[in-house]
Design a protein around this ligand. Structure first.
Ligand code: KG4
Ligand code: ZN
Length: 336
């Protein structure tokens, strides 16, 4: 079965073709970073309009790369949420319409399920069950995963997502959008001794997160220390606190579930310090950690094509009406 995946939930247009036998055949991505940079963040209306411009040309490109004609496609998967509703509607409308025109089934994919399954695109994928840490711009979640669609959310952020906290703190430090990678670069010049930020919610039981306090702590530190080196020192302390907190909660999730496999995905999983910390932590526990390749840590079409393939193969498909929802809990997903 050969499936097209379309991702348009935020500021990347990603399209990919996944084949059950030959695996990932091709994927293309257009990032809108340059478009939104001058506004310091994603402008929803600009995002939607750019997706409208890019989806069909990228589709032609990916089909050419995969040597695939319309007649070879057996299903279409599109991201239906969560995300920016205007942006989602572009991918959903085009994806559903193409499937109708081609006479094949279409399936609506949960963006975070895409991230969660992305490491399964790699060589030596993890077996189920595993614990997944999803760390993106919109979500921070720990999920027990027993199979496709068998998800149990163990904990999540009660306020800002980890990526959102990175982005907001980066903005405060005068760094561009998206802030995560820029903050990590600045932190590399930081003095480890200067500031210490707390590890929120680690001294009580549970697997929920809260990152908005760290952002406030950064605001206060910036107000009190105006020198240039202070910016790097604050970036250092902030990154340490976020990464340490994530590692502590992952360790707790592995211990509490008794599972030996940890999957880490979403934009922040590209962070080098996080990878170092999780490598050491899992090594200590005798557990294994799995990531998508770097380019599939952030938003992409391949993860949507793969999740779509898994669900379409199991017989799931959507009626002709389509939907896109800005908020959508993974607890509402069922196995296909
Ligand atoms: O998964 P993603 O591409 O989009 C969402 O679904 O939100 O994640 C984007 C987020 C942004 O907040 C970005 O700043 C963060 O991932 N990010 C990073 C790094 N690379 C991307 N945060 C910290 N360190 C990085 N190296
Ligand atoms: Zn994402």
């Amino acid at each position: 079965m050969r499936v097209i995946g379309i991702e348009t939930s935020c500021d990347e247009t990603g399209i990919a073709i996944y084949d059950g036998q030959r695996r990932l055949l091709a994927h293309v991505l257009h990032s809108q970073v340059a478009l939104h940079a001058e506004y310091g963040g994603v402008v929803p209306e600009l995002a939607s309009r750019d997706h409208v411009r890019k989806v069909l040309p990228l589709l032609r490109q990916v089909m050419a790369q995969a040597d695939t004609r319309a007649a070879d496609i057996q299903g279409v998967a599109y991201t239906a949420g969560p995300g920016l509703v205007g942006a989602l509607l572009v991918g959903a409308a085009i994806g559903r319409s193409l499937a109708w025109a081609w006479g094949v089934p279409a399936v609506a994919i949960h963006h975070m399920e895409g991230h969660l399954l992305a490491p399964l695109l790699e060589e030596n994928p993890p077996d189920f069950p595993f614990v997944a840490l999803l760390v993106s711009g919109g979500h921070t979640q720990l999920v027990r995963v027993d199979g496709v669609g068998r998800y149990h959310i163990l904990g999540e952020s009660l306020d800002d997502a980890a990526g959102e906290a990175f982005d907001k703190t980066a903005k405060l430090l005068g760094l561009g959008y998206p802030g995560g990678p820029a903050l990590a670069r600045l932190a590399a010049r930081g003095n480890p001794q200067r500031f210490h930020f707390p590890r929120p919610m680690t001294n009580r039981p549970g697997l929920d997160f809260s990152f908005s306090g760290l952002k406030t702590q950064a605001v206060n530190s910036v107000k009190q220390h105006q020198d240039d080196q202070a910016r790097a020192d604050i970036a250092y302390a902030f990154q340490e606190a976020v990464v340490d907190t994530l590692a502590i909660k992952c360790q707790r999730a592995l211990r509490e579930t008794g599972l030996q496999r940890l999957v880490v995905s979403g934009g922040v999983s590209a962070n080098t310090l996080l990878r170092e910390r999780l490598r050491d932590m899992t090594h200590e526990l005798g557990a294994q950690v799995y990531y998508p390749r770097l380019e599939f840590c952030t938003d992409n079409g391949a993860m949507i094509a793969y999740a779509g393939y898994q669900r379409l193969r199991a017989g799931q498909s959507e009626p002709l009406a389509f939907f896109a929802v800005p908020r959508w809990s993974m607890n509402d997903l069922a196995p296909p």
